[in-house]
Write a protein that binds this ligand. Structure first.
Ligand code: DSN
Length: 439
C-alpha cells in the first residue's frame, strides 16, 4: 500500500490498525470471515474504473468486452457450483438482493412470510421499519419453545395467511433447515419460496448442509460469509423456479437494473468470481467440514460451563447463547468479551423479554477462526476463555430504566477497559492468535 501511504497516511494508518486488530483477536461473529489475498487483489483492481450498466453483451456503455467476460465467468461459476440455470451477480449485497427479488416478483402490499427478526430472521425478511414490511404485507413465523423451527405451525400459518412469497434461511438459527419441508408448505399454498442462504452458503457448497436448490424457486446469498468472498450477493433461480414462472430471470434482472441499481461494481464481480473458483476446490470442502466440527466442539465445551445454548446445541457454523442463567445481559457480555479479545455480537434469543439494543444473548461462530487453521483442540481453550470472561463480569445488572442504561454502559466500559483479568486474557489470546496467520 505504498501509494496510499503517501497520498493519505490517515486512512493508511487506520487500515494497518484494522489489519492488526483482525490478526490479534478471535473473530467469532458468524457472518464474518477473512477473504484470500487473491480476492482482495481483484477487488482492488482497475475494474473499479468501469461503468457497465446492463448485462453481458447487453450494455448501455461502450468498452465492456472485458467487463462482459468477467461477469460471465462469475455467472458460469455460480451456476456450476450451485447447480442452477440462472444467476444474477450484480446485487451489491444481501439486502439489495432480497429487495430485487421482492420488487421483481411482488406488487405493492403483496404478502410475504418470513421468520421474525426476534427469532433469528433477517431484517429484510419482513421485520418492522424495513422496506420489506413497509412496501409489502409482512406475516412472521416464530420458532418453537425448543428453539427449533416448528414446521407444523409454519404450515398452519401459511394456510391461514396465503402469502405470495415464503422466505426461509436465517441469520441466527443454529440448526439444519429442512428445505424439502418448506418446499412442500409453499407448494401447498401456491407461494413462491425463496431461500436466503447467506449464512450457510459455504456449508452447502462443502456438502455439510443440504442444498435448497431442488425445493425452492429462488435462492439469494451474500458472498462474504462462509463463502469467504468479497461483500456482494448472488440471486439464483432454480429449475423449479423456472417451471413455476419462466419469466423469473427477466423479472429479477430488471428489478436490479433499472429497478434498484445503476452500474454493477465490476471489481466486486471479479472478486466474487475468484471466491467462487476457490470455493470449487477440494480444500474448500475440508474447510466447510472443519467449520462445523469446530463449532460442535465449541458448543460441547460451552455446555460443560453451564452455558445455555438455544436449541441445546448446533448443527452448523453458529451458536446462540441465552445468558439469562448467568445473570448478565448480552450487550454487557459482548463488550467484556471484546476487551478480552473475543469478538462476537449481542443477539436476541427466542422469546426474549429484553429490547433489541439490550438483548439477552450473544451469537458466535467458527467460520473466521477456521479460516485461520484452528481445530477442535483450540475450541477447548476458547470456551475456557469465554467462561473466564463471563465469570468475571456476571452478576453485573443492567438498570431497568432506559436512560440510566446509557450511563451504566459508559461506566461499565471504562471499568472493563481497565479490568486486569480481561486485559490478561486479551494478551494470552493475542499470543495464541499469532500462531494462526490470517490469509
Ligand atoms: N449482518 C448479517 C449477520 O450478521 O448475520 C446479516 O445481514
Amino acid at each position: 500500500m505504498n501509494n496510499l501511504k503517501i497520498v493519505d497516511w490517515e486512512i493508511y494508518n487506520l487500515i494497518r490498525e484494522e489489519e492488526k486488530r483482525q490478526a490479534d483477536v478471535l473473530e467469532m461473529i458468524p457472518s464474518e470471515n477473512y477473504t484470500s489475498r487473491a480476492v482482495m487483489e481483484a477487488l482492488g483492481s482497475v475494474l473499479t474504473n468501469k461503468y457497465s450498466e446492463g448485462y453481458p453483451k447487453r450494455r448501455y456503455y461502450q468498452g465492456n468486452k472485458i467487463a462482459d467476460a468477467v461477469e460471465q465467468l462469475a455467472i458460469d461459476r455460480a451456476k456450476k457450483l450451485f447447480g442452477v440455470p440462472y444467476v444474477n451477480v450484480q446485487a451489491l449485497s444481501g439486502s439489495p438482493a432480497n429487495a430485487a427479488v421482492y420488487f421483481g416478483l411482488l406488487d405493492y402490499k403483496d404478502k410475504i412470510m418470513g421468520l421474525s427478526l426476534a427469532f433469528g430472521g433477517h431484517l429484510t425478511h419482513g421485520a418492522p421499519l424495513t422496506f420489506s414490511s413497509r412496501f409489502f404485507t409482512s406475516v412472521q413465523y416464530q420458532l418453537g419453545k425448543d428453539g427449533y423451527l416448528d414446521y407444523d405451525a409454519i404450515e398452519k400459518l401459511a394456510i391461514k395467511e396465503k402469502p405470495k412469497l415464503i422466505i426461509c434461511g436465517f441469520t441466527a438459527y443454529p440448526r439444519i433447515i429442512d428445505f424439502k419441508r418448506f418446499g412442500e408448505i409453499a407448494d401447498k399454498v401456491g407461494a413462491y419460496l425463496m431461500a436466503d442462504i447467506s449464512h450457510i452458503t459455504g456449508l452447502i457448497i462443502a456438502g455439510v448442509h443440504s442444498s435448497p436448490v431442488p425445493y425452492v424457486h429462488i435462492v439469494t446469498t451474500t458472498t462474504h460469509k462462509t463463502l469467504r468472498g468479497p461483500r456482494g450477493a448472488l440471486i439464483m433461480v432454480t429449475e423449479k423456479g423456472l417451471k413455476k414462472n419462466p419469466d423469473l430471470p427477466k423479472k429479477i434482472d430488471s428489478a436490479i437494473i433499472p429497478g434498484l441499481q445503476g452500474g454493477p461494481h465490476d471489481n466486486q464481480t471479479a472478486a466474487i468470481a475468484v471466491a467462487l473458483k476457490e470455493a470449487g476446490s477440494s480444500s474448500f470442502k475440508k474447510y466447510g467440514e472443519q467449520i462445523v466440527k469446530n463449532n460442535k466442539a465449541l458448543a460441547e465445551e460451552l455446555v460443560k460451563y453451564d452455558f445455555n445454548l438455544v436449541s441445546g446445541g448446533t448443527d452448523n457454523h453458529l451458536i446462540l447463547i441465552d445468558l439469562r442463567n448467568k445473570k448478565i445481559n448480552g450487550k454487557v457480555a459482548a463488550f467484556a468479551l471484546e476487551i478480552a479479545g473475543i469478538v462476537l455480537n449481542m443477539n436476541g434469543v427466542p422469546f426474549d423479554t429484553m429490547p433489541p439494543l439490550y438483548p439477552s444473548g450473544i451469537r458466535l461462530g467458527t467460520p473466521a477462526i477456521t479460516t485461520r487453521g484452528m481445530k477442535e483442540k483450540e475450541m477447548v481453550k476458547i470456551a475456557e476463555w469465554i467462561n473466564k470472561v463471563i465469570d468475571e463480569v456476571k452478576g453485573t445488572s443492567l438498570p431497568g430504566d432506559r436512560q440510566e442504561r446509557v450511563g451504566f454502559m459508559k461506566s461499565f466500559r471504562k471499568k472493563a477497559e481497565k479490568n486486569k483479568k480481561l486485559l490478561e486474557i486479551a494478551k494470552e489470546i493475542k499470543s495464541f492468535c499469532s500462531k494462526f496467520p490470517v490469509p
